[in-house]
Write a protein that binds this ligand. Structure first.
Ligand SMILES: *Cc1c(COP(=O)(O)O)cnc(C)c1O
Length: 418
């Protein structure tokens, strides 16, 4: 059974202070999880998690992660700007973007970020943009073909099979690219790959590590390049459904260690640092969308209308993604009603749940929509003139802090030229 990280009483108090809907984040859960990840990879002295900013671009959250020793993975100018304002700099920033506007390379370089190139043609683009190349450059690998370890149906919608995904260098291009970068004066190299999203398998990272470690050993042998880090990127998933089993990050860390010992160490590469760029795994379970039932409708189906909509959480509309719902105060009541839980957008896919068995919902009930801490508020949009909700941090001491206010009509109109 999935349990919210707040009690009904706590949530009633919070909702008395802040109008629904809002995203609520759990400081304790975020910190404990970040510490587990760090412990799982503590066998690797250079290990660092670079949190994928796009998953939760909220400064208070980024600062929390920084306190836990994480860096940031940015993919756009504004993510770089936000990271700079949160105090990240130099090696704490990874810049992994694609189809990159050249000025974003400049900004990343100015901050001392490690640049992770998506394509062989970006080598010359980077050289023209910066004049001289940085000491360290990373390249993203795409092995092509199909890859299915642990991937969910929704994961495929996010990433597709490697052969159909727009990201990364081919194997041949990597060898050519590393040689060219070396000629242009690059001293240290990184290797990155992202093959599947939201994986529920302790084998995803170890399998990916096996592929990348072997490739790194081949690259070192054939090009003489000094590979300083291998970035396993994102993709470790979370159990959105109550019947799913969570990944065991210690088993994952141990699986990667075994590949490291059997491939990198014999290749004389026992100094390689392991990096991750997790988004969903770091945050999804430690955030929820809190909303209130405001209408019930009985037509061909039973509908519960809530005060949140897809503008606050797009994943169900976009991917048909499952998000568990708890009706607060009715945790132990029988799920003897079948509802569609809807938002107000003039889009029939604006439904947080379809044919979901839930306890009887009364108007005014608070609903917790689980696992919205990553790719939740971040994917929000303003369709239908809907305004995005506030974000609130539940501190370890039980107090709350408004970390992003809700949008106002003034925000919505701010870009209009009347
Ligand atoms: C989105 C993204 C991530 C994070 O992915 P999750 O599935 O949230 O772990 C990491 N790296 C890059 C380059 C990404 O685009």
């Amino acid at each position: 059974m999935k349990k919210p990280f707040v009690t009904q009483e706590q949530l009633q108090n919070i909702a008395a202070q802040y109008p629904t809907p809002f995203h609520l984040y759990d400081e304790r859960g975020i910190r404990e999880n970040a510490r587990r990840l760090k412990a799982a990879f503590s066998w690797n002295p250079g290990f660092r998690e670079y949190f994928a900013v796009k998953a939760t671009p909220t400064p208070a959250i980024l600062k929390l992660l920084r306190e836990e020793g994480c860096g940031v993975d940015c993919s756009s100018l504004t993510e770089l700007m936000m990271s700079e304002r949160c105090g990240f700099g130099g090696e704490e920033i990874m810049f992994s973007s694609n189809d990159t506007p050249p000025e974003e390379f400049s900004m990343a370089h100015r901050l001392g970020a490690t640049i992770n190139l998506d394509d062989i043609t970006h080598i010359d683009c980077l050289k023209e943009t910066l004049g001289t190349l940085p000491e360290t450059v990373s390249c993203r690998f795409n092995p092509g073909g199909v890859f299915s370890i642990g991937a969910s149906k929704e994961g495929f919608q996010v990433m597709d099979n490697p052969g159909d995904a727009k990201y990364g260098f081919t194997r041949g291009q990597l060898f050519e690219g590393f040689r060219r970068l070396k000629e242009l004066g690059v001293k240290y190299f990184g290797l990155h790959s992202f093959l599947a999203s939201n994986t529920l398998s302790n084998e995803y990272y170890p399998t990916l590590a096996g592929i990348l470690f072997q490739l790194a050993a081949d690259l070192k042998r054939e090009t003489g390049c000094h590979i300083r880090f291998i970035n396993l990127s994102g993709g470790v998933g979370v159990p959105y459904r109550p019947e799913q089993t969570a990944n065991d990050i210690f088993a994952i860390g141990e699986g990667v260690r075994r590949q490291y010992e059997s491939i990198l160490v014999p290749a004389g590469m026992g100094d390689v640092a392991i990096f991750t760029e997790l988004g969903r795994f770091m945050l999804a379970p430690y955030g929820c969308l809190v909303t209130r039932a405001i209408h019930e409708k009985h037509t061909y189906k039973e509908y519960i209308g809530v005060d949140a909509c897809a503008a606050d959480l797009m994943r169900p509309a976009m991917y048909g993604a499952y998000h568990h719902i708890t009706v607060m105060g009715k945790e132990d009541a029988p799920c003897d009603h079948i509802y569609d839980v809807t938002g107000c957008l003039c889009e029939n896919n604006d439904k947080f749940a379809v044919d979901r068995a839930l306890p009887r919902i009364d108007m005014g009930d608070l609903l917790v929509i689980h696992d919205t801490g990553a790719h939740g508020h971040a994917m929000g949009y303003n369709y239908n003139g809907r305004l995005r909700s506030a974000e609130i941090l539940l501190r370890e001491d039980g107090s709350t802090e408004l970390i992003r206010r809700a949008e106002t009509p003034e925000d919505y109109f701010a870009t209009v030229v009347w």
